[in-house]
Design a protein around this ligand. Structure first.
Ligand SMILES: [Fe+2]
Length: 133
């Protein structure tokens, strides 16, 4: 299991709260990996990923537009990539891919490191300058 840690924090409370949801989804994938018949869990995980993408990316992108964030387009493309990947997983899930949970887990862990701890960090200065905390 992964626990929330300061190293994942962007220092903006509303965004951190939503990033904690991502950790929750990762932990569900870690749990589902232990179960042989995990198709129901996988469906739940993919639904949560879909909801997460819709609400969380919308929040970040709304701030980016409001604050004229210069790297908006690039950041939005990464978000779109996550959503596209989630749809591809949904497609594989409908075909009963038994190794899918491992792929989903790898994808989410990479997202945590490269996006949450990487790309998301880049907007912090801009967001804070505009008063977010
Ligand atoms: Fe982001």
């Amino acid at each position: 299991m992964i626990e929330w840690d300061d190293k994942y924090s962007v220092g903006i409370s509303t965004i951190d709260e939503e990033h904690k949801q991502l950790i929750g989804i990762i932990n569900k994938a870690i749990a589902a990996r232990q179960h042989i018949d995990n198709s129901k869990e996988i469906t739940e995980i993919l639904n949560e990923m879909t909801n997460y993408a819709q609400t969380h990316f919308a929040l970040e992108e709304a701030y980016m537009v409001r604050f004229n964030y210069p790297d908006y387009e690039h950041h939005r493309k990464e978000h779109q990539g996550f959503s596209i990947e989630t749809m591809a997983f949904l497609d594989s899930a409908s075909k009963g891919d038994s190794k899918l949970v491992c792929e989903i887990l790898e994808h989410l862990k990479k997202w945590l490191v490269h996006h949450v701890q990487g790309t998301d960090r880049k907007y912090v200065h801009c967001f804070k300058e505009h008063g977010l905390k």
